[in-house]
Design a protein around this ligand. Structure first.
Ligand code: MN
Length: 429
């Protein structure tokens, strides 16, 4: 089935500014509270939010086999379960309804009042109920930087790294949408030059610039997903700030890996941009040497050219762009990650989320964490107004953005914006 929604020549009757991340070719999916406090599944064109629940009730999807309440839900999980064919039919239909040349909704004023909202009338929610969350470690530059700082610059990558998309199981209960503030965590750390741990607020709170993909029900327990089919089970992507406490991480991670340094918060952008919408921006990933084992081998283009940037805004201060990276730097592709994740028979469900791992590029201005940008705290970052940072301070806001641009077509993710609040008091501890 063709992806008619991607037609680059199509224009919408809704206003879309030239630098918008959300032209009619994007049609992302999200969940929001309307001005009437109703929760619904929706999409967005320009700065107009579109209530898909209301559109469905008014009959605009009558030719697509959908259950009556598919969009009247507080998560996208059931819609995602319907599979790729349904996602395509729905995106194609939305593109048709909002096409400049189509009068059907455009000329129904009463319907327009029910279906359309301005962005400031709605409140974005978490788009999926995330069952399981896995985080990979798939940027070679990031793994090399971290290995150089914490172990040995001459053997920065551990021997498994070039053979396995290394990952760990995270925790979904503390994944929050853009705009939700995050508290600095308390925890156990080992001060330098000490052999006894102390307890208190982390002093090395960091962001991780990542993207995450959301899956549909992909397999039965015991059945691997072949790498050649894996992309069919990926619904779409979001921007992902995987908050980390480096000092807690350093003390706790041996021998079982990340734990409390990672599960206090992770933030995502609220609109899921479908893999279909990203089709025009496919690109090659870095060459893989040595060649991976057969179950991970792919040919063709399986990465996406998505420009990413991170702004740091001190409390009341000026935003400063501290990193510019790109999703295409990832060494392991999403398909390889999903094939590896299920090669042992692990089951993947609708609404599961897989983080890419920090996306660092080859140059110091493209590093995706403060850990790397300040080289473990040894090189403070200068910000406007004489401010400097090695890690994040209370009141800092971190904003991540991402977009694709090719031949004048821009498809973006909006942003994930999060303020870091002080650690909770210790009176109960
Ligand atoms: Mn991470």
């Amino acid at each position: 089935m063709s992806i008619k929604a991607n037609d680059p020549s199509r224009q919408s009757w809704l206003p879309v500014s030239e630098d918008s991340d959300f032209p009619i070719q994007n049609i992302p999916f999200g969940v929001f509270l309307t001005r009437d406090d109703v929760i619904t599944i929706g999409t967005r064109i320009g700065d107009t939010a579109i209530d898909l629940g209301a559109m469905h009730q008014l009959g605009y999807f009558r030719d697509i086999p959908l259950t009556d309440d598919i969009f009247l839900q507080d998560s996208l999980n059931d819609f995602i379960s319907d599979g790729k064919k349904t996602w395509r039919l729905v995106r194609n239909r939305i593109a048709e309804v909002f096409d400049k040349r189509n009068p059907e909704l455009q000329q129904q004023e009463e319907h327009r009042k029910t279906v359309l909202f301005s962005m400031d009338e709605i409140e974005m929610q978490l788009p999926v109920q995330i069952g399981d969350y896995t985080d990979f470690y798939s940027s070679k530059e990031h793994a090399t930087n971290v290995g150089s700082m914490f172990r040995d610059p001459d053997n920065a990558l551990l021997p498994n790294w070039l053979h396995i998309p290394v990952g760990y199981h995270g925790r979904s209960s503390t994944i929050v949408p853009s705009g939700t503030p995050v508290r600095r965590p308390n925890g156990q750390t080992l001060p330098q030059d000490s052999d006894q741990p102390v307890f208190g607020p982390s002093r090395r709170v960091d962001f991780e610039l990542e993207m995450a993909f959301i899956t549909t029900d992909a397999n039965k327990m015991g059945e691997p997903i072949p790498v050649s089919e894996a992309e069919d089970y990926i619904f779409g992507l979001v921007l992902f700030n995987d908050w980390s406490a480096r000092d807690i991480q350093k003390w706790e991670y041996v021998p079982l890996g990340p734990f409390l340094a990672k599960n206090f918060a992770s933030s995502i952008s609220p609109w899921i941009v479908t893999l279909d919408a990203l089709e025009p921006f496919r690109t090659s990933s870095p060459p893989q040497q040595p060649e991976p084992l057969p179950y991970l081998r792919q040919s063709g283009k399986h990465s996406f050219d998505i420009a990413l940037e991170v702004d740091l805004i001190p409390d009341g201060g000026t935003p400063a762009t501290v990193s510019k990276s790109n999703f295409k730097y990832m060494y392991w592709t999403m398909a390889q990650q999903l094939a590896h994740h299920t090669v042992n028979g692990c089951k993947v469900n609708s609404g599961d989320m897989m983080g890419s791992g920090t996306i660092s590029g080859p140059t110091p201005d493209s590093f995706g964490s403060m850990l790397e940008l300040s080289w473990a705290g040894s090189k403070p970052l200068s910000l406007p107004g004489g401010i400097s940072r090695v890690f994040l301070e209370d009141g800092d806001t971190v904003v991540m953005r991402g977009h694709c641009n090719k031949g004048g077509l821009r498809i973006g993710f909006g942003e994930v914006r999060t303020k870091l609040l002080p650690a909770p008091g210790l009176k109960h501890l």
